[in-house]
Write a protein that binds this ligand. Sequence first.
Ligand code: BTN
Length: 325
Amino acid sequence: MRTTIRQQLIEALSDAEGEFLSGQALAEIIGCSRTAIWKHIEELRKDGFVLEAVRNKGYRIVSTPEEMTENDILYGLETERFGRNIHYYESLGSTQKAAHQLAHDGAPEGTLVIAEEQTSGRGRLGREWHSLSGKGIWMSLIVKPDLPPQKAPQFTLISAVAVARAVEEITGITPEIKWPNDVLIRGKKVVGILTELQAESDKISSLIIGIGMNANHGQEDFPEHVAHTATSLFIEKGEKISRAALIQCFLKYFERYYSIYISDGFKPIRLLWESYAISIGKRIRATTVSGVITGRAIGITDEGVLKIEDDEGIIHHIYSADIQQ
Ligand code: BTN
């Protein structure tokens, strides 16, 4: 089979093991023009390859869409605090568990725990979270707001809006948010968020915001029981995405929305959240610990609580539930 310029370029850069190769050398190895090399380098960048270009030295592969290092996240990060302190692991039980320990031991706000693979990733309502190596983004962010514990659910919504905005910027696809924390594309889940709290009497000591993003999964990478309800950014866009770029973008928006929230309150976040929400105005079924409520979702309160109006016109405030449409 004839190999393409793209395949030969990836091979030549990978064989160089991080050393620079000039455009001229690459053109000679592959047997094409320097312009063709330049064009393909740009294409690879769009597909999530991180390539460094240095005048008089040439090109060097920093990472492929399948790989990611701590430095890929730090290089080009636009935040002041969030993601500046990274704990990166090849494999971990759960980033959530590790972040709880770090927060307890005094890790500063903005600390990010990230793992290529989780062996016992956990989701909401005690569910298991499938966390395949190298495909997704499995991370937990430590936030330490000076607020009472009842404000904690608002952070799930701040995170969901930051995720949705970042997905939109990186892929060009506008996702939808299903209350409280699922980010969907074409009705299938692409991101899940789990917010957990460490509190002392009437004050939050730490919030651990766990985020699982299906980034570069192929359809075959999902276990059977979620295959029909889950999707990935790769499946939806048809191109691999740079996980490091998506993390950077999420951190940028999280820091921005967090600061808006601290200065102006929850209302601007609520409006943003509602602009992505799928359930509002629709008839939904909420399964809560105390029973099932069916009715029309009429919005969220300024505390981030879902309001459902049932058929008798009674308005229910939902703090935690599974939502079906
Ligand atoms: C959900 O059920 O939708 C929430 C899923 C949250 C998964 C993430 S992956 C990173 C972090 N570590 C975990 O064990 N869970 C969260």
